[in-house]
Design a protein around this ligand. Structure first.
Ligand code: ZN
Length: 267
């Protein structure tokens, strides 16, 4: 065998795979420390990327976990600070706790939300619906014209082929528009059947506050997922977006303590 032609025992691709697996295993071990409550929910307020939990540094600093913007972590393309996980998580829970006793705040938020849906969202959806219906109608007319043409017996095969392919194209377009129309009609119906009231929202938040401390960690994560849609993290401010049937507009723009966001290796 010529020099340098041995097959490497493990090629580059395999090596990368192994590295990945090792990395994932490592990651899994770390996850055993308990669920990260805001995984899948935390978003960078600067660039919009998801944030994930990481354990930077060497012992004893690894005992702290941080949420970090994916763009910062992977590409250094964002200058969002690392944020201590327990501080962020606690501040979110505390805010929910506080909000649950503020029926006045919730009432006005719910009102804003319902008003927004009826006065802004609904007209927008209706307009989209009308536009699609109009497009469908003109497609139908075009198709009909072509079909009539196809019935003529003086067509060359080429022309017939061409017309057929045109008809197919229209049908495909029609199918897509029809699907889009159904989606929009579903959204319109959702707004109509929606019936939020502040008391229910308050009750749900109170229920959360009461139940949360007594739950296992995994159940806590489930409860948080059922309540929160998104947590947007900015420099010194965290915004919670709650899920329907809670108010899903961004509200509760709350400042967390400045020390909530710390430079990575600060003591
Ligand atoms: Zn970012």
């Amino acid at each position: 065998m010529a020099k340098g032609t041995h097959e490497p025992i493990i090629d580059k691709q395999d090596f990368d795979c192994v590295q990945k697996t090792l990395h994932q295993r490592n990651h899994k071990t770390r996850q055993l420390r308990g669920p990260n409550y805001l995984t899948g929910l935390a978003r960078c307020g600067k660039c919009g990327a998801p944030m994930h939990v990481t354990y930077p540094g060497i012992e004893p600093k690894t005992k702290f976990k941080y949420y970090v913007c994916n763009n910062r972590y992977n590409f250094k393309s964002c200058d969002q600070d690392y944020i201590r996980a327990n501080i962020l998580e606690t501040s979110v829970i505390k805010k929910i706790e506080k909000l649950s006793s503020r029926k006045d705040v919730i009432s006005s938020l719910v009102k804003d939300y319902v008003d927004h849906n009826h006065n802004t969202l609904l007209p927008e959806l209706e307009q989209k619906r009308k536009a699609i219906l109009k497009e469908l109608e003109s497609l139908g007319t075009e198709k009909e014209k072509l079909s009539k043409w196809l019935l003529r017996n003086d067509l060359t095969p080429q022309t017939a082929n061409y017309l057929n392919s045109q008809v197919d194209g229209f049908s495909e377009k029609e199918g897509k528009l029809q699907e889009r129309l159904w989606e929009i009609e579903d959204q319109i119906n959702a707004v109509h059947v929606m019936n939020y009231n502040a008391k229910e929202v308050c009750d749900q938040l109170k229920e959360f506050v009461l139940t949360f401390p007594g739950l296992q960690e995994g159940e806590r994560k489930l409860l948080i997922d059922s309540l929160i849609k998104k947590v947007e993290v900015k420099k010194k401010e965290v915004t919670l977006y709650l899920k329907p049937p809670l108010v899903s507009l961004g509200f509760l723009s709350t400042s967390i303590a400045p020390r909530g966001i710390e430079p990575l290796f600060e003591e």
